[in-house]
Design a protein. Structure first.
Length: 429
């Protein structure tokens, strides 16, 4: 029978080819009905198929985006935060995909704000330099006067000492007055010497305070000068420029802003090792595990087939832009090296979650359910309603654990007398 032969041919195909021919078993039924309508031979209209024996694959298909596993980030000024610059706007940026050499121009940031801050810092430094000079001059003058005063007091004490010595033979009152004048002069000298020490320390402290402010502002000015130089961003290594993305997934372009916490402008990817970044919904994420095999195709070149391996599965879900459900990031390492692969290329990823060798499987269209029992309609001389125990399932078929053999013929649709058939349970087999 033509229909049976057609479906048998389809069923005998390897699972990989079956997945290429249709997204689901429903397409097979439609094709068979079309074949039935156009068949002019008047053959029987029974749609039956035999179970398929062979490798059974369960997979999850997702869309991903290529990126380099390793890359060098091209960042904005490292000193921006120290300079008090919290937002920097990109004013010029070379075209994405440009191949650059180390030290070559990549981007330019708006320098207006930092230029104004640098000018203020320079004026502050000039002011403090003047204060520093003035503090040193005042200290020199004050200490010079104090030293002159000490010299004069020493001379005065010597004079009083001479008068005291000469008063030895004078009247007691004159002698006493001479002693009092000497003691007063000696006490004034001692006090002046102590004051000189205090004034010296005071002058040093005042100069140090002004000097500390001056050094602080000079350092701040140097940081701003270094940051200003970094506003012209150069390539840290050879490579191809790929724009970095903002928090909302959009690429950074001219007019976008940088911050000290997100300073990356672009990246230089290592194109020899690529990976596909994809997102799996919370329903299927439990089926994904590290080291699972993946078949990949490029939207840009559907004929190119690549092999990959799951290397990382996120533990925490996230809300992607324009999506209502939570998804988990999955990273897939591309096993082959291909010079045509470029970052941001879209990939179709078929993640193999389970694989059974030499499995017996049937199309999902054959499977029916009545409460908790699952059954199929089998052609065994007549038509019987056979309970089956199923295992793994994919989008097209299910593995039969018990209830069928490879030689059985199963109906794709319920036969006309299906309602009158009694279920043949597995326990009665």
């Amino acid at each position: 029978m033509k229909i049976r032969n057609l479906y048998s041919t389809y069923s005998s195909l390897p699972m990989k080819k079956k997945m290429l021919y249709g997204s689901g078993g429903g397409m097979v039924v439609i094709l068979l009905f079309l074949f039935l309508i156009t068949d002019q031979s008047g053959a029987s209209t029974e749609l039956v198929v035999k179970p398929t024996r062979g490798e059974f694959i369960v997979s999850i298909t997702t869309t991903g985006e290529l990126q380099a596993k390793n890359s060098i980030e091209i960042k904005g000024p490292e000193q921006a935060r120290a300079a008090g610059i919290w937002q920097m706007k990109i004013s010029n940026l070379i075209a994405e995909g440009t191949v650059v050499k180390k030290g070559q121009f990549v981007a330019e940031l708006d320098k207006a704000e930092i230029a104004n801050r640098l000018k203020e810092a320079e004026l502050s430094v000039q002011k403090l330099e003047a204060q520093y000079t003035q503090a040193k001059l005042e200290s020199t003058l004050t200490l010079s006067q104090a030293r002159d005063e000490l010299i004069n007091l020493k001379y005065s004490r010597e004079e009083k000492q001479i008068v005291l010595e000469q008063s030895t033979y004078e009247a007691p009152a004159v002698k006493r007055q001479a002693q009092i004048d000497f003691d007063r002069s000696d006490r004034a000298l001692n006090q002046a010497e102590k004051n000189y020490v205090t004034k010296t320390k005071q002058s040093i402290a005042k100069i140090q305070a002004v000097e500390a402010d001056l050094m602080k502002d000079r350092q701040r000015m140097m940081i701003m000068m270094d940051a200003l130089k970094q506003f012209t961003i150069l390539a840290p290594a050879d490579g191809m420029v790929v724009y970095a993305r903002e928090w909302n997934g959009k690429k950074k372009v001219v007019g976008a802003t940088l911050s000290p916490w997100e300073p990356t402008v672009a990246t230089l990817p290592d194109l020899t090792v690529m990976e596909s970044i994809t997102y799996v919904n919370e329903v299927d994420i439990q089926k994904i595990a590290v080291d699972q095999n993946v078949f990949l195709k490029l939207d840009a070149d559907p004929n190119k087939k690549l092999n990959g391996t799951v290397t990382n599965v996120a533990n925490i879900g996230e809300q992607r832009p324009n999506s209502d459900s939570k998804v988990f990031e999955v990273r897939i390492l591309i096993n082959e090296r291909d010079t045509t692969l470029r970052p941001a290329m879209t990939t179709a990823n078929e993640i193999i979650t389970a694989r059974i060798e030499n499995a017996l499987s049937i199309p999902l269209e054959c499977v029916h359910a009545d409460g908790e029992k699952t059954f199929v309609y089998v052609k065994r001389g007549g038509v019987s309603k056979q309970e089956v125990q199923l295992g793994l399932q994919n989008d097209n078929a299910a593995v039969v654990i018990k209830g069928l053999t490879a030689d059985d013929e199963i109906f794709l649709a319920p036969p006309p007398d299906a309602a009158s058939l009694k279920l043949h349970e597995l326990s009665a087999s």
